[in-house]
Design a protein around this ligand. Structure first.
Ligand SMILES: [Fe+2]
Length: 219
């Protein structure tokens, strides 16, 4: 059975809607999920190897759904680290309920469960499907998305806009750019090329906002 991605996305959005911390939080997970899904499609097109597209795209929708089960009030790192495991359970239940065959369900569950086991974190044999999901997960937070994130946090944390700009300044590397460390966490060459392009995009925006906020009033 071919997955009805729109329907699955709606189910996942409902789960986030019922989770105050994330849906209304500083980083809207439904937007992020959508970006990971679309980035997976983009990477699949760039890959020469045969990819089980339905598995990757379904896992993209479910990859962070475990966050709906986290008690973020606790802010315990171990709890956060468990979101792939929680997500695997939730994905398994929903996909079974939706009538997907066991083989399909378990392949999706595997990707959800291991999406955080990145190259810089864990030595393991990765399927091409896992490499794509892991890379898309990082790429979805680069470029314009990485530019807007500090401003989204502004609203939530009642932080002044200018302080978000200063935060971006402080987060930039010695060479003036940000997020380059993410390049080492990517699996595929195609992802690294795409990441370099996206980082350039966000650097451009960062430089523009630095210019816009140059003022004697702030000296
Ligand atoms: Fe995640």
């Amino acid at each position: 059975m071919a997955p009805d991605y729109k329907k699955l996305y709606e189910i996942i959005c409902d789960l986030y809607s019922n989770t105050n911390h994330f849906y209304y939080g500083q980083w809207d997970e439904t937007f992020y999920t959508l970006r990971v899904f679309e980035t997976c499609k983009q990477l699949i097109k760039k890959t020469w190897t045969k990819i089980d597209e339905e598995i990757v795209l379904t896992a993209a929708l479910f990859h962070d759904v475990g966050k709906t089960k986290l008690d973020t009030e606790k802010k315990i790192k171990e709890e956060w680290d468990d979101h792939p495991t929680y997500g695997a359970e939730i994905a398994r239940k929903i996909l079974r309920d939706q009538g997907f065959v066991n083989d399909f369900v378990e392949k999706v569950v595997y990707l959800v469960k291991h999406h955080g086991d990145r190259p810089n974190k864990l030595q393991m044999v990765r399927t091409e499907e896992l490499k794509i999901l892991q890379d898309a997960d990082l790429l979805a937070d680069m470029g314009i998305a990485s530019f807007i994130r500090p401003f989204l946090y502004s609203g939530k944390n009642k932080r002044k806009t200018i302080n978000s700009v200063n935060y971006i300044k402080s987060a930039r590397g010695k060479d003036g750019s940000i997020s380059k460390e993410n390049l080492y966490r990517l699996n595929l060459k195609a992802s690294k090329r795409l990441a370099a392009k996206m980082i350039k995009e966000s650097d451009k925006l960062n430089n523009k906002i630095f210019k816009l906020t140059e003022s004697d009033l702030l000296d």
